[in-house]
Design a protein around this ligand. Structure first.
Ligand SMILES: [Zn+2]
Length: 428
């Protein structure tokens, strides 16, 4: 299939530890080969033949690598909007009852199929996702995501304390079950201790051993709220939250830590040294009033960061909206900073935010071939027509900052097609 329009290409950062890369637009075309699942050809300038897909109303399409969401919870998609609770009471009252429904593996599979359709309709083809503590439910979720064409990492949640009896299991059983999960299609199992509150030392140590033996991605939560940090100190003793994970062997270059808001400089230095990545989830941080992440401080300390929706702590599955929330969080920090600190607050541009939800997030999840527009890359693509429909923006490509126009004016109905490994998996 030949597609013509503005290509969202990527400028890599000079130093990926402290800088964001940037998306830049160039007129061109690409040919998707469904057989090999790749971008077979890509060129700048006019297409060599009449395109199968091109813009409407005289405006070009935006052709972008598909979005990558580095932090979300599959069983929580029906729990969006349970407002007015802090993290720990929200888990008890809104999240755990929803996760308990995954005791029925058929329900888990069917719900994941529905979630996958929603992700693809919003242009997301790759994820790092939490399932639940249920082993069969997790297996069905992995299968359902794979069948839908998604790529990424999914983990059985490891949890042996501080949750309802129906959602905890003995540590040894959880580690044994998680160790039997195998890749299915483009989905790989991830080692997924929920967070230090809901894991005993024995379970964290078991998870660390499994991570080192399997080389799987590790995903967990870190320092999201102050109340949670206090609870971790009570449960695990007088060491920092980050140190709890380090001692368990859970910090490494394939470790993804959701949130990382309430960190001190020692903890940031430790994360930088271990090469671990913080999954920044700005919509969730605001919804649960957990805090506001200091993106610039983390990057200056050499801590890698990426971006996630954290459904259902975050309410929006749409990654451009999460990207905009990242910018808004940084701007609100700058507004509230004292004059002396204002210049130290980094506010990402729209082009940097677009790079983050495509190329940057794909790099974090170690998805070779994803997140870039070039010949030979995996054809995970989202095709966007901002001019679409009676109220479309027909001038978007003529604005001073076209990516800014798309990001700030974002309407999910602009997505006309999503491709996963060269196959059309969504069309409007
Ligand atoms: Zn989360």
């Amino acid at each position: 299939m030949l597609i013509a329009g503005l290509l969202a290409l990527s400028d890599p950062p000079h130093d990926a530890r402290v800088e964001l890369g940037s998306a830049n637009l160039g007129f061109g075309w690409l040919r998707v080969d469904e057989q090999s699942g790749t971008i077979a050809e890509l060129g700048r300038g006019p297409a060599p033949a009449s395109p199968d897909l091109e813009g409407t109303h005289g405006a070009p399409l935006l052709i972008s690598p598909a979005f990558v969401d580095t932090h979300l919870h599959l069983p929580q998609f029906d729990s969006v909007g349970a407002d007015g609770l802090g993290l720990l009471s929200w888990l008890r009252e809104a999240v755990f009852p929803a996760e308990a429904r995954w005791a029925d593996p058929d329900f888990a599979g069917q719900m994941t199929t529905r979630v996958a359709r929603k992700l693809l309709a919003h242009g997301t083809t790759a994820v790092a996702a939490y399932a639940t503590v249920h082993h069969e439910g997790t297996r069905n979720a992995i299968r359902a995501l794979s069948d839908a064409g998604l790529r990424g990492h999914v983990g059985q949640v490891l949890m042996d304390q501080e949750a309802p009896a129906e959602l905890v299991r003995p540590a040894a059983q959880l580690v044994r079950e998680a160790s039997t999960l195998r890749p299915v299609g483009r989905i790989e199992p991830a080692v997924t201790p929920r967070f230090a509150v809901s894991c005993s030392r024995e379970l964290l140590a078991g998870a660390g051993e499994l991570a080192q033996a399997s080389r799987a991605l590790v995903q967990t939560h870190l320092s999201e709220t102050r109340e949670e940090c206090r609870r971790v100190r009570t449960l695990h003793g007088a060491v920092t939250y980050t140190e709890v994970y380090r001692r368990a062997g859970l910090l490494g270059s394939r470790t993804l830590l959701g949130h990382g808001i309430w960190l001190n400089q020692k903890e940031r230095a430790m994360l930088a040294e271990m090469g671990s990545t913080i999954a920044h989830c700005p919509t969730a941080n605001l919804f649960l009033e957990s805090g506001s992440m200091n993106l610039g401080e983390n990057r200056r300390a050499g801590v890698r960061t990426c971006l996630g929706s954290d459904i259902a702590g975050g309410s929006d599955v749409s990654m451009p909206r999460v990207a905009r929330a990242m910018i808004e969080t940084a701007k609100s920090r700058r507004l509230l900073a004292s004059a002396a600190f204002r210049a130290r607050v980094t506010v990402p541009s729209a082009a940097q935010a677009w790079w983050q939800i495509t190329t940057g997030n794909a790099c974090t999840l170690a998805l070779p071939g994803n997140g870039e527009l070039q010949a030979g890359a995996i054809a995970d693509l989202v095709i966007i027509d901002p001019a679409r429909g009676p109220e479309g923006d027909r001038e978007w490509s003529h604005r001073d900052d076209p990516i800014g126009a798309v990001l700030y004016g974002w309407d999910p109905r602009w997505i006309t097609h999503t491709f996963a490994a060269g196959k059309p998996v969504y069309s409007a």
